[in-house]
Design a protein around this ligand. Structure first.
Ligand code: HEC
Ligand code: HEC
Length: 216
């Protein structure tokens, strides 16, 4: 045993010099510039707190029904919306003003910080409607060719980064407004969503929005 132990020690000692050499060789590569500039979370938090928190809440979990929760949302989706508010592709006079104050790096910093914030759960309110909402969300409406929301936004509403936004826990009033706006051509920044919403009636929109509010 003693011999084995000393042989092992010798083997480790013999191998040891290789490790420092290896890591010394690796170090410069690891600290080399990353391909894309990294988002600055501290800057993102500072800008968000100064300007956006008034409406979207300090942690991104707005409590006001028409002001969306942003916490935990995919950063790519947030940046897309901010660019489109600024460029009038998504029309909203209030958000146009705030988005226009931001450069693209500002948007990326804020979005990256918001993504680190924990989304708070919401609740469905209308027991009669929520079952209809669940059917639409999970299975769509086949006879009218309405796709299941779950197919793109995932069964638990977490979305699929980077293309499909998170919906779970969002205020039902906000979701209702957006689906109606897609349907009526007031929000024109997603052909996919215009097509989905085109065939939904008001009651179905209300139902699926209520189900989404309680989704987690
Ligand atoms: C005066 C209140 C107010 C302020 C301040 C404000 N927002 Fe908004 N924001 C809104 C409202 C209202 C909407 C919903 C617009 C709509 O109905 O399309 C919104 C929507 C958004 C959306 C779209 C969310 C989604 O799920 O599609 C993003 C992203 C956003 N705001 C980010 C910001 C950022 C970042 C700031 C700070 C620079 C900010 N907002 C400041 C009121 C505000
Ligand atoms: C084919 C894929 C697809 C399907 C199916 C789909 N969505 Fe979407 N949805 C999207 C995409 C992509 C966006 C992002 C649009 C954008 O970039 O502005 C989106 C955005 C949304 C938004 C806006 C989120 C926000 O924060 O403003 C809501 C609400 C929404 N979808 C609800 C639904 C509902 C409800 C259904 C089912 C009836 C559904 N979606 C089915 C792809 C889809």
């Amino acid at each position: 045993m003693k011999l084995l132990a000393s042989l092992l020690t010798a083997a480790i000692l013999a191998a040891a010099p290789a490790f420092p050499a290896f890591s010394a060789g690796e170090a410069p590569a690891a600290s080399a510039q990353p391909k894309a500039a990294k988002a600055d979370l501290a800057k993102g938090e500072a800008s968000y707190t100064a300007v956006c928190a008034a409406c979207h809440a300090a942690d991104g979990n707005s409590t006001i029904p028409l002001q969306p929760k942003l916490a935990g949302q995919h950063p790519e989706y947030l940046v897309k919306q901010l660019l489109e508010f600024k460029g009038d592709k998504r029309k909203d006079p209030v958000m146009k003003g705030f988005a226009s104050m931001l450069s693209e790096p500002d948007m990326k910093n804020i979005a990256a910080w918001l993504h680190t914030q924990k989304p708070k759960d919401g609740f469905a309110k209308d027991k009669d409607l929520v079952a209809m909402g669940e059917r639409i969300y999970r299975g769509g409406i086949q006879e009218r060719n309405i796709a299941a929301c779950a197919g793109c936004h995932s069964p638990n509403g977490a979305g699929i980064p980077a293309q499909y936004p998170r919906l779970a826990g969002q205020h039902a009033d906000y979701t209702t407004t957006q689906l109606t706006a897609f349907r009526d051509g007031k929000r024109g920044n997603s052909i996919q969503m215009t097509q989905v919403a085109a065939k939904l009636n008001d009651r179905e929109i209300k139902a699926v929005a209520d189900y989404i509010a309680g989704l987690r």
